[in-house]
Design a protein around this ligand. Structure first.
Ligand code: HEC
Ligand code: HEC
Ligand code: HEC
Length: 353
């Protein structure tokens, strides 16, 4: 862009925005000539505050959400979650399904309003400064008492018994600041595959798994009502992400025919990361938890534990679990290739041996 045109555009801009002058004076002429000047405060709180002016019409001046626009509360959310969701909207992983009316409203916003390097960090820094909101319950349909058992059995292992999330599943957000109308509508979307079902959406699939088994609207309202009764604790500061696992140490002589140490190594990665999301139910290294069995002992519930039976159960999932409250989807709901299934089965095979 020529110097003149740039100057003319700026003059027009100046008349529109008074705070523009402040940015302009902070912007050295040299960098402007080099085309490197973004005309906004450097990445950080001030830039975030400026960007938030464009979010507030929907999400509210205090970030407490606006029901009429279906825009949820942002104040009180965890920084890691906000960053991940903004990047997912921008990439089109969220707001993907044609029936996701609200997501499709947010997705273009994420692209139009968050445009430069450092913008996501800036807006998240600003959002983290907003005091956590304590939204009122607005739905009169749910029965909190009836929702408690579902929450404890099916939600607490990822979102925490107190609703603030757990370090073990870093993708799972705090639920405490959320509006009940948004919780209920999100749960229906996960159930119906309108949210969390775009290709390769690991965190969405992690959440879709517990919802996919045909929840009724009533059950969704009940668990939502229960979440609204949780004590409004302050924001949780997430702990550091778990340490990467050491390379597998396995005696090749115990491996079945056709299985190599390299496959076991690849399987370790699939199992314990977002590639396969197995750890979100079976916990890291297959230790087992409320949602899925321990894979390190000699007890098998659905299979005989031989290699081919492990391949088969991962491929087909477990639609009717023997002991656990939620089911396991085919390939855990993730787009795993046959080779990846064989690799993760090789890893599972070694866990109990
Ligand atoms: C035109 C209205 C509108 C504007 C402007 C808007 N949003 Fe949104 N936003 C929405 C809606 C609607 C949703 C709910 C999507 C859904 O239900 O899945 C949403 C969802 C979100 C979410 C996901 C929250 C969660 O709990 O998962 C984040 C984060 C977000 N918006 C941030 C922003 C930021 C930051 C801006 C400004 C740069 C912004 N939004 C501007 C309408 C808007
Ligand atoms: C295996 C782990 C896991 C379990 C179990 C789980 N969740 Fe989630 N939940 C997640 C993850 C991960 C996300 C983020 C999903 C995404 O990116 O769309 C999430 C997202 C959500 C959201 C959307 C939050 C927002 O701000 O948009 C709600 C609401 C929610 N979960 C409620 C529940 C309820 C209620 C249950 C129990 C019925 C439950 N979750 C069980 C992992 C889990
Ligand atoms: C949504 C939670 C969930 C996820 C994610 C998940 N599983 Fe499972 N898994 C289960 C449940 C539930 C069962 C059946 C337990 C029962 O029958 O009570 C199961 C059973 C198994 C079994 C058979 C265990 C037995 O004793 O019969 C294997 C092997 C297994 N899973 C491996 C995996 C692998 C590998 C992955 C990742 C690709 C994975 N699972 C992801 C919930 C999950």
């Amino acid at each position: 862009m020529g110097e003149d045109l740039r100057a003319r555009k700026m003059t027009r801009f100046k008349t529109r925005s008074s705070s523009f002058l402040t940015w302009l004076t902070g912007c050295a002429a040299v960098t402007m000539a080099a085309g490197a000047c973004d005309l906004r405060p450097a990445p950080g709180f001030a830039r975030g505050e400026l960007i938030f002016d464009t979010c507030a019409p929907c999400h509210g001046n205090d970030g407490a959400g606006d029901e009429t626009l279906a825009a949820p509360a942002l104040a009180g959310a965890m920084d890691t979650y906000l960053t991940a969701q903004l990047e997912r909207f921008q990439a089109g992983v969220r707001g993907y399904h044609y029936q996701d009316t609200e997501g499709l409203r947010m997705r273009p916003m994420s692209r139009a309003l968050i445009t430069g390097e450092g913008d996501v960090e800036s807006i998240v820094e600003y959002l983290m400064s907003l005091p956590i909101v304590d939204p009122d319950a607005t739905l009169d349909t749910g029965d909190a008492e009836a929702g408690e058992e579902d929450y404890t059995l099916l939600c607490a292992s990822c979102h925490g018994i107190d609703g603030r999330g757990v370090d073990n599943v870093p993708d799972a957000p705090s639920l405490l600041h959320l509006n009940d109308w948004y919780i209920a509508s999100s749960l229906r979307k996960y159930r119906d595959g309108v949210r969390g079902a775009s290709p390769g959406d690991a965190s969405g699939t992690t959440m879709r798994n517990p919802m996919a088994s045909g929840w009724t609207d009533e059950r969704i309202d009940d668990v939502t009502a229960y979440i609204m009764t949780l004590q409004r604790l302050p924001r949780r500061i997430p702990g550091p992400p778990p340490e990467p696992l050491p390379p597998v140490d396995v005696d090749p002589s115990i491996l079945p025919a056709g299985v190599t140490v390299a496959m076991v190594q690849e399987g370790q990665d699939i199992f314990n990361t977002a590639t396969g999301i197995c750890y979100t139910c079976h916990l890291r290294e297959g230790a087992g938890g409320a949602l899925a069995p321990n894979l390190t002992d000699e007890v098998w519930l659905n299979i005989d534990g031989e290699y081919e039976s492990i391949v088969l159960v991962i491929t087909n999932g477990v639609p009717e679990p023997v002991e656990h409250p939620g089911f396991m989807a085919q390939r855990a709901g993730m787009p795993l290739t046959d080779e990846q299934v064989r690799a993760v089965a090789a890893y599972v095979y070694t866990l109990s041996r």
